[in-house]
Design a protein around this ligand. Structure first.
Ligand code: HEC
Length: 491
């Protein structure tokens, strides 16, 4: 609250400044128009005078002819001045200053450009200030939908929702329109639209909430709180799903790299590998496809070192904070089979719930049941052979994670997967965890992180390097290794 007065002052000041700029432009336009009128009239009458006097065009007219013309046009020359003249119109006299390009009502009480300019300004504002609705339809509706109702494919909010409006102050709207939103598709409009158009379209955006039921904005609800929705940049924090909704018919690549080869597969002895950078990366690759804007399917494969699983999944988003719901939620079912989907099948059921803390941060919970999960084993040197048959255990873990934007397009991410049921049976003694930094670039994302878990499919992500090497003590800080994720939306 205490920042309000200065905000108002700033707003008033910038409004005044814009008002002045607008007035100046209007005056300039009025003068230009008046001069153009004057010069055509003068030109025409000079031509007449020239014809009647048979004088070459451009030669000085006889003084008598000029005086008669001036009188008929209502133009009076100011004695002693080479830069001003007087025009009479509708019983009023205006002083036209050709040097400064100003017009003043003669005997106006105000020293500043008075009556005419003010009248012209009023006239102009009634006539030429652009309509916000038209500016919106012409420039914004392609991404924001007709009437600003938002487009899922473009990930644009529904401006008609009271919750969305509550989070958008007038200043924020104007600033966003001027400067755009870095890291998103929202372009900057300063320079492309005039100040008047930006003001008009900003006011238009603010009026869009007016038509909706006020009942939805509960009295006493903290404005901005529920409406501040975070949109994750990627389908993963690092290995944990964010459960974000995919675009209908959108196709996405997920490429994950974990430099876990030495730490995980050659045991604890080799630590001089700079977070695994001396070894190979385990590179898993997958595709996601949005069948509708809520239903998506995925296929994902990890390499031989890690049992060569292929995971097939289907996900359904049944709640979304962007629609004013308190949480975003997705259910996902997947089956993975090791040895290229030939054996050791595990079925996974996940509920991925996220909740924005502000528009800059989001928390994630991923309770996961894995039926017949298999222990991760260290199998160097057997790239070609099929993974051995393994007994299955039903496990339950709850992934917990968060993302926090430190810049408009850069987030810190962190996650952990504590296994609550049957961890020891799978050789899991400590939670797998990871942390990293995520950069969004339009519809793409890059995440650089550190982790103690080489696995990225659902059934493997809760296991750590200690699980692989079969040594509970192997989960040391030096056992962290580096990795990165690439997410690209192809279309
Ligand atoms: C190329 C697509 C595109 C165009 C064109 C576009 N926008 Fe946007 N706009 C977006 C996207 C995407 C977002 C959401 C960014 C985010 O928060 O993830 C957005 C966000 C906004 C926001 C902020 C909403 C919020 O919750 O932060 C405002 C206000 C806005 N746009 C107004 C406009 C106006 C006004 C125009 C036309 C002058 C316009 N946009 C044109 C794509 C576009």
């Amino acid at each position: 609250m205490h920042s309000q007065p200065s905000a108002i002052r700033v707003r008033d000041f910038s409004r005044q400044a814009r008002g002045l700029a607008r007035a100046a432009r209007v005056i300039f336009a009025a003068v230009t128009a008046a001069l153009a009128l004057l010069s055509t009239q003068l030109g025409a009458s000079r031509l007449n005078a020239a014809n009647s006097a048979a004088d070459p065009v451009g030669a000085a007219m006889p003084p008598g002819a000029t005086t008669a013309l001036a009188t008929s046009l209502g133009v009076r020359f100011v004695s002693g001045s080479s830069s001003t003249l007087l025009i009479e119109r509708d019983g009023k006299t205006y002083v036209v200053n050709l040097a400064d390009k100003t017009i003043q009502l003669k005997d106006s009480p105000s020293a500043s450009p008075g009556g005419l300019a003010a009248a012209a300004a009023m006239h102009a504002s009634a006539q030429s200030v652009p309509s916000g609705a038209k500016t919106f339809a012409d420039n914004c509706a392609s991404c924001h939908g007709e009437g600003g109702k938002g487009m899922r494919a473009m990930k644009t909010p529904d401006f008609t929702l009271p919750s969305v409006q509550a989070a958008l102050s007038g200043e924020l709207v104007t600033k966003t329109i001027r400067e755009g939103k870095p890291g998103t598709a929202m372009p900057a409009w300063a320079g492309k639209l005039s100040d008047e158009q930006i003001d008009a379209v900003a006011s238009f955006v603010k009026t869009l909430g007016a038509g909706t039921k006020p009942a939805q904005a509960a009295p006493g609800a903290e404005p901005g709180q529920m409406a501040s929705v975070y949109t994750p940049a990627d389908d993963y924090l690092f290995s944990m799903p964010t459960g974000r909704r995919l675009d209908r018919h959108g196709l996405y690549f997920n490429f994950t790299h974990r430099f876990a080869f030495n730490p995980t597969f050659t045991g604890t002895g080799t630590v001089n590998t700079l977070f695994g950078m001396d070894g190979f990366s385990i590179s898993s690759f997958g595709l996601r496809f949005g069948v509708t804007d809520k239903l998506s399917i995925s296929a994902y494969r990890s390499p031989s070192l890690i049992g060569r699983p292929i995971e097939l999944g289907v996900a359904y988003n049944f709640a979304d904070e962007h629609n004013g719901q308190p949480l975003s939620a997705q259910v996902r079912a997947s089956v993975d089979g090791q040895g290229n989907f030939s054996k050791n099948f595990t079925t996974n059921l996940e509920l991925i719930v996220s909740r924005s803390v502000t528009r800059r941060a989001q928390l994630y919970f991923d309770p996961t049941v894995s039926l017949q999960d298999r222990r991760l084993i260290q199998k160097p040197g057997s790239l070609a052979s099929a993974p051995p048959d393994m007994p299955g255990f039903n496990t339950f873990y709850i992934g917990v994670g968060g993302a926090l934007d430190i810049r408009p397009s850069v987030a810190l991410v962190a996650e952990a997967f504590p296994t609550l049921v049957n961890g020891p049976e799978l050789g899991i003694h400590r939670p797998a965890f990871a942390f990293g930094i995520q950069k969004r670039v339009l519809r793409h994302a890059f995440t650089l992180g550190f982790s103690n878990s080489p696995g990225t499919v659902v059934s493997q992500r809760a296991g750590t390097r200690a699980t692989f090497v079969g040594q509970p003590s192997a989960d040391t800080p030096s056992g962290l290794f580096i990795g990165f994720d690439l997410m690209r939306q192809i279309y």
